[in-house]
Design a protein around this ligand. Structure first.
Ligand code: NHR
Ligand code: GAR
Length: 212
């Protein structure tokens, strides 16, 4: 069975969703860059080994990333999944896990990379927002896209309300992406494109606000 290591920085609701999904792989460890991440308690409650590598203990990004890689590699993962992990990773770290490192991002990439995605979407007045699972490359939030979910933005939305609508979709698409990776249904090909092995496709549009 493939081994999965999950990296977190906070609450861990995506970690919880991955636990609930009954993935066809073993969650070998949860690694956090913050000792007070609530997600660590979720891992401990499931008897999943945890490791803490606090970025504040390191002089620079490269030495933090080296320590992080060492902690991860102790569990020999086939897949490394960022789940609300909040530190930008160096090129050396990213290339070490090429084709095995994925992230869930709270926007429809390539729109709204980086932080504060929901506030920026509201500010721009978009009517469709969402979330993206992608392979991590050195180019922040620009790696090859595996799956996306779109949600409508509603008239009275606040940042919090919109974030919750997006988050519930994150909890659906992240387990799906990891299932595909574990079963070999998708790979990152030699041109750094996501390749689906025999996938049916269906065409249907989300129109928001809806047509009359
Ligand atoms: N690293 C690389 N090289 N490429 C990506 O695509 C990455 C990555 C590291 C993290 C997640 C990402 C997101 O989904 C991610 C993708 C943190 C920041 C950030 O600015 C930006 C994007 C993401 C995660 N972090 C600040 C930093 O200085 C710290 C912010 C904080 O601690 O709150 O690292 O959005
Ligand atoms: C999620 O919305 C995730 O997409 C986002 O942070 C939240 C983490 O929630 N990730 C980023 O913004 C990465 N920069 P969780 O800890 O409950 O899974």
């Amino acid at each position: 069975m493939k081994q999965l290591v999950i990296l977190i920085s906070g609450r861990g609701s995506n970690l919880q969703a991955l636990l609930d999904a009954g993935l066809p792989c073993r969650i070998a460890a949860v690694v956090s860059n913050r000792a007070d991440a609530e997600g660590l308690d979720i891992a401990r409650a499931h008897d999943i080994p945890v490791a803490i590598v606090e970025h504040r203990d390191y002089a620079d990004r490269d030495s933090f990333d080296a320590a992080l890689a060492q902690a991860i590699d102790a569990f020999q993962p086939d897949i490394v999944a960022l789940a609300g992990f909040m530190r930008i990773l160096s090129n050396g770290f990213v290339s070490r896990y090429h084709g095995r490192l994925i992230n869930i991002h709270p926007s429809l990439l390539p729109a709204y990379g980086g932080l504060n995605t929901h506030a920026r979407a509201l500010q721009d007045g978009v009517w469709i927002h969402g979330c993206t699972v992608h392979f991590v490359t050195p180019d922040l939030d620009h790696g090859p896209i595996i799956i996306q979910a779109a949600v409508p933005v509603l008239r009275d939305d606040t940042e919090q309300i919109l974030a919750a609508r997006v988050l519930s979709q994150e909890h659906r698409i992240y387990p799906q992406a990891i299932k595909w990776l574990c079963s070999g249904k998708i790979i990152l090909d030699e041109h750094d494109r996501v390749k689906f092995m025999n996938r049916e496709q269906s065409g249907f549009a989300l129109v928001s606000p809806s047509l009359e």
